[in-house]
Design a binder for this molecule. Structure first.
Ligand SMILES: N[C@@H](CCC(=O)N[C@@H](CS)C(=O)NCC(=O)O)C(=O)O
Length: 159
């Protein structure tokens, strides 16, 4: 599966967050994954939650409903059939995810720290993936709308 980062040593890093961790170790400023043990653990806990409730929900909604992904309901070497009920469930999960993220952002400029972190990056990716499943955060979720506009217009988001 993609992404894969192949190093000059011959090592291959085959997971998005593991690749991010590698670059964070090489270039720790600005810190996107935390500095202290506590901060690293807190950021990672929010990141995992966003993966489970946002990214995997979007994957469930998108992959189980997209005609071009027939027989490819999950990424990877095993071919699995789509289950339409899972597409519906993914959409319901995403609605809950949007509401949860909006509530989280009511008193917080960013997802889990006073500054931008990898949790904001993954949250933005979750919202972008949701659009593939034809779902957008509802207009009335103003805190989520404000945050998404801020993070998605950062120059790095366009890179
Ligand atoms: N945990 C992996 C998941 C990677 C993943 O799901 N990659 C998808 C594209 S985003 C893929 O390779 N799909 C090919 C397939 O459907 O077999 C990561 O985040 O690096």
């Amino acid at each position: 599966m993609v992404p894969v980062l192949e190093l000059d040593s011959g090592a291959a890093i085959t997971d998005t967050i593991a690749i991010c961790r590698y670059f964070e170790e090489l270039h720790p400023d600005p810190p996107l994954m935390g500095r202290s043990a506590e901060e690293k653990a807190v950021i990672e806990s929010w990141l995992r939650r966003i993966e489970w409730d946002g990214i995997y929900a979007a994957q469930e909604a998108f992959r189980n409903a997209t005609p071009g992904l027939k027989g490819r309901a999950l990424p990877g070497p095993v071919s699995l059939e789509q289950i339409p009920a899972l597409a519906k469930r993914g959409c319901i999960r995403l609605q809950h995810f949007f509401a949860w993220l909006d509530a989280r952002l009511t008193d917080n400029e960013f997802v889990c720290r006073p500054h931008f972190t990898i949790a904001d990056i993954s949250g933005m990716v979750a919202v972008d993936f949701s659009a593939w499943a034809k779902l957008k955060p509802p207009e009335h979720l103003g805190h989520l709308q404000r945050w998404y506009k801020d993070v998605s217009t950062r120059p790095s988001a366009k890179a």
